[in-house]
Every structure is written in structure tokens, then in C-alpha cells.
Design a protein around this ligand. Sequence first.
Ligand code: ATP
Ligand code: MG
Length: 421
Amino acid sequence: MSKLIQAIRGMNDLLPEVIARWQQVESVARDVLDGYGYREIRPPLLEKTELFSRSIGELTDIVAKEMYTFEDRNGDSLTLRPEATAGIVRASLEHGLLHNQVQRLWHAGPMFRHERPQKGRYRQFYQIDVEAFGLVGPDIDAELVLLTARLWRALGIDGLTLEINSLGTPQSRERYREDLVRFLESRRDELDEDSLRRLERNPLRILDSKNPAMRSVIADAPDLLEYLDEASREHFEGLQRYLDDAGIACVVSRRLVRGLDYYTRTVFEWTTDRLGAQGTVCGGGRYDGLVEQLGGRPTPATGFALGLERLVDLLAQQGGATADTRPQVYVAILGETLALRGMALAERLRDQGIRVQCNCGGGTLKAQLKRADRSGARFALLLGEDESLHQNVSVKDLRHDMAQQQIPQSESGEFLKRHLS
Ligand code: ATP
Ligand code: MG
């Protein structure tokens, strides 16, 4: 035998055992999104590299060192998307979705970043991404937060903390940036390697440092909120009024920043201390500059992305039931001549809405009952010569003590449904 090929590091196989939780999150999320009038969009996984370097920016970690970029057979530089917003904006512009109209859109799917794999941080990971275009006010920022809060409630997740901050406008941020750099220069000897690197290129990201040794420097840094322009301050206060009115607690957190130029005003994150180091479940904010940066007309935009692995992890920690998708009935077929009838019987039961696994590949009664047991089905239906002769089938309860009985095939659906409910 030749050597087994293994998956790429940081790329997970989601096996059938864990899928129930994923489906639960996905279907609850879809219902919540429907409830707010967001519509699904599915852009491709691959885009031209230029899309990401132009939107996310050459100076970010993502573009500088995390992208999966390669040349395709035509020699074009392509990249597996590291995030969804750029592709959604590109698709929306390409198809005229942003033309003088409000759009509420969402997408769920895998993203790719060449990061150091660890718990909660992978090289292929799934996000649900939600975006709203064409609205400038704090009302829509608040709606996005309300939507996420409803999602946590619908999933039964508690203990998440909401942090918010405002980045102001690019102009107000520039003034802040200058003062911040001046301050950091004065404490240069206390900065770690990461921060020294960011000092030149992306100093705001230093505030987001996860290194505990950086805490005291960051605590002394000038406060971004004191630099806000009047309109941004009103926007931020407006957001807080909406959240307050909806009974959603939040903390204003000065460490919450995004380094990119196109981010404006609102940023928010939902975090938990139950996931260890990777505690951010969801992050978002306003990015009024992005659409224009990608060649569209100036269009206000706001959105968030949430990490599905982390959310599923949280849910798994809390336990709780997931929907049972196992077969309810296993059809055992005793004799080769009955193969066609057995499969037809299984089809008729499925027509009546019953989940049925039909035995394939023959086997003795004992072997088939073993498979039936392993399938998780409640009942086995046995179709042998005798049953078939009388248009009957034998019903065996695999989970409870109940005498095996022969019933007419024509009544088997009703019989099973009665006992399954
Ligand atoms: P971090 O600071 O943890 O690297 P980020 O700012 O890069 O996060 P975003 O790009 O805002 O994250 O992505 C939104 C969410 O997607 C994150 O809050 C997180 O839940 C999830 N996420 C981001 N990167 C990964 C990854 N490599 N593996 C798993 N989930 C991730
Ligand atoms: Mg990251």
C-alpha cells in the first residue's frame, strides 16, 4: 500500500459527527437573517489578487503574509479569498446592485489565510458575513448588532461581551495617528517586536496587541475618542442610544481598532473568555470608503463577519440537543430476489416523509440487524420470502421491548409514523 495523503495543515475535515452543530448554526443564522430582510449572495472562492491588495491593503498582515496566491494557467495572479467583503463589493458593483439603492446582503462560506494554526485559528475557516450598503446612520449599525444579539439568543449562547468603539473619519484618525506615533516613539523601549514593525506601517493596530506586556503602554496611549469630529461623535452616541434602548449592554473599548484607511466610525466585536486566546467570535464595523476604493460611487457600508468554528465550539461547550437526522427506519432485505421490492418499499416510506436507510450489499439477517442498530434507526423492517408472499413486512423495534409483528406493507408508513411521533 502506498503512503496515505493527509490534509493540509490548518485545514479541517468536518466529519459527520460534528456536522449537526454546524447545520444548527447555519439554519438558525439563516432564519435570523431572513427575519431582518438580508438576502444571500454567493461570490466565488477565487478572485483576482488585485481585488484584495486594493481593498484590504498591502500593509495589512492579511495581504502581506497570509494570502494563498498563485498563478493560474493563463498566468493571471489569483487569490483564495481571505475574507468575503471585497468579493461581495466586487460582485455588487459588477451587477449594479449598489446603484442608488439599499442592499442588505449575507454570505456564508470558507475563507483562507496562511496563519499559524492553533485552537480557533485555521488556514481554512468559515465565516458568516453580513453587509449593508447605502445607509449612513447609526440605525443600521445598531441593526447589525441587534441581529447578532438575536442570533446568540436563538442559539442559546450567553456570556458574550459586546465591545464598541468609533474610528471617526480618515481625517480625524490622521490627527490621532500622528499623536499616537509621537507617544509610542517616546515609549519605544517598551514596544515588542510586532509593535515596532507596526509603528511605521500601521500604528493603530498596536492598540490591538495581544501581548500582555504591552498593556501598560497601551493604557497610557492617547484616547482615539477624544479626537472624534462632531458628526462621528453624534453617530457614536446615536449607536449607543439604540443599543441602550434595545437593552444590549456594551463596553466602549479603546483597544478596538482596525488599521485600514477605509474604515470609518463604528467598530464592534463580540468576545468570550470561554475559548482561550482566540476569543473574538464576531467583528465588524463601518467602511464607508471601500466601495469607492474599488471603483464604485461613494457608498456608505457597514457589516460584520463571524467565525463559525469559534461559534460551533462555544455551542458544543454548552451542550444541548441538536436535530436528529439519523434514519428512523432500516429496511433489511432477506434474499437477493427481494432486492427490487425492498428498495421500492424504502422509496414509498420516504414518500411519506420518513427517514429510511435501505440495506445495500446483501448480508445475513444478523449482519443486517447489526447495520440497522449502528444506523441509529428506531425500527428495522424485515422483508423476507414469507412477508413478501403476503405483501407484508415485519417490524422490529430496535430500541424498546416490543414483540416483532407482521403488518401489511400498505399500512407500514402509517404504522411507523404513529410510533415515531
Ligand atoms: P484576529 O484578530 O483573531 O486575527 P481578525 O481581525 O483577523 O481576527 P476578521 O478578519 O475580522 O478577524 O474575521 C472575523 C472573524 O472571523 C474573527 O472574529 C474570527 O471569529 C474569525 N476568524 C478570523 N481569522 C480566523 C482564522 N484564521 N481561523 C478561524 N477563525 C478566524
Ligand atoms: Mg487575523
